[in-house]
Design a protein around this ligand. Structure first.
Ligand code: PLP
Length: 384
């Protein structure tokens, strides 16, 4: 199997599986319990929080475990809106965010929020002029993703945080770092953000667990009330298998992320070069200096969905867009980048993990050559 859909989800690392198995079999106690089995579980919870905090250069108390990246994003947007909508109505985001931001923004618009969806440049990168024009005294929150899940474009979060805080009106900065975590430095000290969302299953951790960094001293309302877990911010008995798994994944990242990112970068560059050199009528949609994990390419004159299934026959797994939107028509990200309809129709996203190799890319390129030329020939014959 050649798995190139790591932006959709990743295979859990053996250390992650082991950590999950441990809490399902041995350390199964409730971390709130006062006896030994509970205290052992609490230690695992504390250690996982410590590893996630280390990976962000934050304090453990600034980390809340959630059920996923989607929940982390929802919590920030709804929380800031609920607590600050008397100070201002404007929320600035981009038109290429994940639906876990866009759908919430649309909902907040119905509650009176003045949401600005910034356009992006044609290579998917951030449009700073549009941002400068939108940022005003009425702005209470800026929420911009760190890495786009379809194009791999990297957004200038550090620069945005500086501008947001220079406003001096208490405006807050959030980044959805789900696709950046483990690929770029996610030090909250460096980035200067107030909130950061991440997800376990994109970094060889399990599905159904995420984390939210909230800068110390900031308060937003809780939406899940109950027994007071997670410092009374997010109640519910802790998802210990998920948290232990995310902790193990964060520990691996703390030791290896730079090496992993360098490996992905090399494989991505190799695939990009071979595709450009050997397959006609292609357009690389990812910026050259994008994230090491994503390469988006349009094979013009081909239907990406057909290529996906042909490659699937060879146990090569790719994506035609983000996993959440791939069943719907037309990617909103590629549309926002002003790609032509035939470029969107033929767009494939390859997304990498550190385990991918150049030899795998050789196989992928050979298969792509075969399938793109046969599909183009067939379509031409059909249209004659
Ligand atoms: N944000 C981005 C940029 C994503 O790519 C994803 C998942 O694809 C999410 C948020 C949602 O994360 P989760 O699947 O943990 O809810």
């Amino acid at each position: 199997m050649i798995y190139l859909d790591n932006s959709a989800t990743t295979r859990p690392a053996p250390e992650v599986v082991q950590a999950i198995t441990q809490v399902l079999t041995e350390d199964f106690g409730n971390p709130s319990a006062l006896y030994r089995v509970g205290l052992d579980a609490e230690k695992i919870l504390k250690s996982a929080r410590g590893e996630v905090a280390k990976s962000l250069e934050s304090k453990p108390a600034e980390i809340t475990f959630t059920s996923c990246g989607t929940e982390s994003n929802n919590t920030v947007l709804r929380g800031v809106w609920k607590s600050r909508n008397r100070q201002g109505k404007r929320i600035i985001t981009t038109s290429v965010e994940h639906p876990a931001i866009l759908r919430v923004c649309e909902d907040l618009e119905r509650e009176g929020a003045d949401v600005v969806y910034l356009p992006v440049n044609t290579d998917g990168t951030f449009n700073m002029d549009a941002f400068d024009a939108a940022l005003n005294e009425d702005t209470i929150l800026v929420s911009v993703m760190y890495v786009n899940n379809e194009s791999g474009a990297i957004m200038p979060i550090k620069e945005l945080s500086a501008k947001v805080h220079a406003l001096g009106n208490g405006c807050l900065m959030h980044t959805d770092a789900v696709q950046a975590y483990g690929k770029l430095s996610c030090s909250v000290k460096e980035l200067g953000v107030d909130f950061l969302s991440l997800s376990g299953h994109k970094v060889s951790g399990p599905k159904g667990v995420g984390a939210l960094y909230i800068k110390g001293g900031l308060h937003i309302p809780s939406f899940i009330l109950g027994g007071g877990q997670e410092a009374a911010f997010r109640s519910g008995t802790e998802n210990m298998p998920g948290i232990a798994g995310l902790g193990a994944a964060a520990k691996l990242l703390n030791a290896n992320w730079k090496n992993n990112a360098a490996k992905m970068f090399e494989v991505r560059a190799y695939l990009r070069e071979r595709i450009l050199a050997e397959i006609p009528d292609v357009k690389v949609n990812s910026p050259e200096n994008g994230a090491p994990s994503v390469l988006n390419v349009s094979f013009i004159g081909c239907r990406a969905e057909v290529l996906l299934h042909q490659l699937e026959g060879d146990e090569i797994y790719i994506s035609t867009g983000s996993a959440c939107s791939s069943k719907k028509k037309g990617s909103h990200v590629l549309t926002a980048m002003h790609l032509r309809p035939e470029e969107i129709e033929g767009a494939i996203r390859f997304s990498f993990c550190a385990g991918n190799t150049k030899e795998q890319m050789d196989t992928v390129v050979e298969k792509l050559k075969l399938y793109t030329s046969s599909q183009r020939r067939l379509r031409k014959a059909f249209h004659k």
